[in-house]
Write a protein of this length. Structure first.
Length: 407
């Protein structure tokens, strides 16, 4: 395939405008990124990627034979300052021990070198998977301009790594169910992002993938415990409890988050009502994802519901995690280009595509983001498509019954 199919109806977002907007964004991101990297290098000796410094420090502690120290903020700060002497307070390590197993080799290189290599490799894998979904040459600019990739790179986070795992799982579900399960199991490095997969797979009857994912989690966690000792599990749980407390109290910046809980806290809602609201939305999102995976057979619709539902369920969602949105947007766009768009779908997907940048801007300007609204809109698209699919199937069944009776 070498060209996008022509749309049967004129729309304000034509190909020329899309390329113009994307090229402008790439230029703007490049200029801003280089400027920020230069300023960070002069001040800290590290070209951005401040979250990556925590990964690197945890790796150094692990290679030094003290993996439990990774869950100590004091130890992380001490090691991080060996790489960035002027850093104030680096982020705490609150990841499960299996991610500690993955990041262990990072400190074999100096932090300023390991950071761009880590970001380039994980981003390139995700971009190549997006290209597999959208192989036409006109898709290069929208893929490379996707704000989620740039935001994740600036933070030095693992968003592209987990996004590649989730998109790889979606692409492998049909023909390689075991490998899809392995990808899902690997998402246990961020377990709150994999929380809806078991429900979705069970509703779809994908038991091979379900079992493969469960086995991967057991083996992955088991290998990390065998490597670091049983004491690493209570250390992780203690760090997780501290992270939840910091999120509720605003120690972790609400301006950079995307969940309903932090949006309400940014609007000065007390913690308890915010948790109740988050729980209610989580229950509704879980039920919706289960219904979509039970009723729909379309991969793009299932992917959209699952990603949107995941971001509505967890209170611990950051804007750099929104790089995940690239997966359902690409899958949905690929099918819509073949079969046509419904009303408002392009507008909703455009806002979702821009969200990582817009969410960060509104968060820093007003201390509240609009992520939950974007995720609910995506859920609306998935539900509407599922209902249309069910209606079409019902009509086809009635026609089949009529044909059989007539014969």
């Amino acid at each position: 395939m070498h060209a996008l199919p022509a749309s049967p109806a004129r729309h304000w977002l034509n190909l020329r405008r899309l390329h113009t907007y994307c090229a402008t964004l790439i230029i703007a991101f490049t200029i801003y990124g280089l400027r920020s990297a230069w300023q960070a290098w002069r001040i800290y000796g590290q070209p951005n990627g401040f979250d990556f410094v925590t990964f690197w420090a945890a790796s150094r502690l692990t290679l030094n034979g003290t993996p439990l120290e990774a869950y100590s903020r004091e130890a992380i700060t001490h090691v991080a300052r060996s790489a960035m002497p002027h850093i104030s307070v680096p982020g705490a390590w609150s990841y499960p021990p299996n991610f500690l197993l993955l990041v262990e080799p990072l400190s074999l290189l100096p932090c300023p070198i390991a950071y761009p290599i880590f970001i380039f490799v994980t981003s390139a894998i995700f971009v190549l998977l997006l290209r597999r979904v959208l192989p036409m040459r006109q898709a290069w600019l929208p893929i490379l301009a996707f704000p989620g990739i740039w935001l994740n790179a600036g933070y030095g986070q693992n968003g592209c790594l987990t996004a590649a795992l989730v998109l790889g799982a979606f692409l492998l579900l049909k023909k390689r169910p075991v490998l899809a399960g392995v990808c899902i199991g690997m998402l246990s490095i961020k377990p709150h992002l994999a929380i809806l997969f078991p429900i979705a797979l069970a509703c779809a009857g994908m038991w091979t993938t379900f079992i493969a994912a469960a086995a991967t989690v057991v083996l992955f966690v088991g290998a990390s415990v065998a490597m670091f000792g049983m004491a690493v599990l209570p250390a992780f749980l203690h760090g997780l409890s501290e992270a939840n407390g910091h999120l509720a109290n605003g120690v972790l910046p609400w301006a950079e988050t995307a969940s309903l809980f932090t949006a309400l806290r940014g609007l000065h809602v007390a913690a308890l009502p915010a948790y109740v609201a988050q729980a209610c939305v989580a229950v509704a999102a879980t039920g919706t994802v289960a219904w979509v995976w039970l009723r729909s057979r379309e991969l793009d619709v299932r992917a959209m519901a699952l990603v949107a539902g995941t971001f509505l369920v967890s209170p611990y969602i950051y804007n750099y995690d929104a790089v995940w949105l690239g997966a359902p947007i690409a899958l949905f766009t690929a099918r819509a280009l073949r079969e046509g768009w419904q009303r408002w779908e392009r507008e909703i997907l455009c806002v979702a595509w821009l969200y990582p940048t817009l969410g960060s801007i509104t968060g820093h300007l007003w201390n509240v983001g609009f992520g939950p609204l974007v995720f609910m809109a995506l859920m609306f698209v998935a539900v509407r498509r599922t209902r249309q699919e069910m209606s079409a199937a019902a009509v086809a069944n009635q026609s089949l019954v009529g044909t059989n009776l007539g014969s």
